[in-house]
Design a protein around this ligand. Sequence first.
Ligand code: ZN
Length: 390
Amino acid sequence: MENKKVVLNVIKEHQPLSRTQIRQLTGIRMATIGKYVQELIQEGWIVEENRNPDSQRPRNTMLGINPEKGFSVGLEFNPEWIIGVVTDMKGNIRKKIKRDTDSNKGKDVVITNLLSAIKELTLGLEQKKILGIGVSAHGLIDTEKGICVFYTQLKDWKNVPLRKIINQKFRLPVILESTAPMRVFAEKSLGVGKGVSNLVFIEYGPAGIGAGMIFDGQLFKGTTENAGELGHTVLEPDGPICNCGMRGCLEALASTQVLVTQARRSLAEGTNSLIRELSGEKPENVTAELIFAAARRGDNLSLSLIDNAARYLGMGIANLINLLNPEMVVLDPQFAKVQDLLFSPTKRAITRHTLQRLMENVKIELSSLGEEIGALGVCAYLIEKEIRLC
Ligand SMILES: [Zn+2]
């Protein structure tokens, strides 16, 4: 990497930083650092944060990224909601919106809703200051062509050229990425994974189970950028059939959708459970949230379903740890919502199936970011791309 970029990157990672600290972190000569800092200030990349007018020692002035240099627009969507954010160059959220996807109304409505969300987000922003629009999407994505290949949970959602559609409307650079890598990128840039070089993020929720991975500080996406399909690793060869057509995938054993299916089946078989009362005796009213609510009130069926899912989740995560030896594993914000119920049994199962030496050296953390994690991740990714162009 060119030295000027090294200086900018080190400021981004460790801000605020003084010129003296930059020298300690990079080993670049003081005179060279002074020259680059001057240029970066003139180009608007960085600002002096506490310049004391009386100070004769600029080397101790703290430097940080100029938040106003540009703005990122990021979105994530699933069958239920679209969440969008605008962040400044430092990753601070300047605007956030959440709206229904209306996925039951079909593909065209979903696209219209996405476009109108972007319109709302970009409203009032100076066009030339927008770095780009990033979309973090579920299902199989062709990031190179900017196409959503398919997503079983959205009707008719096949080969949707989303990047082109957005680009034609807004005339801005657009990136289309998968959710798991964007979520791990958010944790690395803004969350508990800051400063961690080997990091795995476990995605868990209505959209499925996946893993985002960072090795040696770099996002790992695989040959066709589809790495991290943790949900389709097989844990029971003779297990239930998965959406993908195989048997015994983690997703077919432990997803929130599986919890719902299993609860409905038990109710139909006559099992006594609080879920029956909470759902008004209507199987279609049973949701994962409802099962967690029943478990919180001590319902045996709910507790055993969740325990069973956690056992498989822990097994899947342990396999990842044994394979990759990460420094940290971060669990989805979804885990944080039901921390007491899902996190503890999952962690117990992870411990049971992970080799001791690897277990002793891995931190298992809950995500500190909220539901906007994917939108934030794609914003941070756009910022990183911009810095690479400096
Ligand atoms: Zn599968």
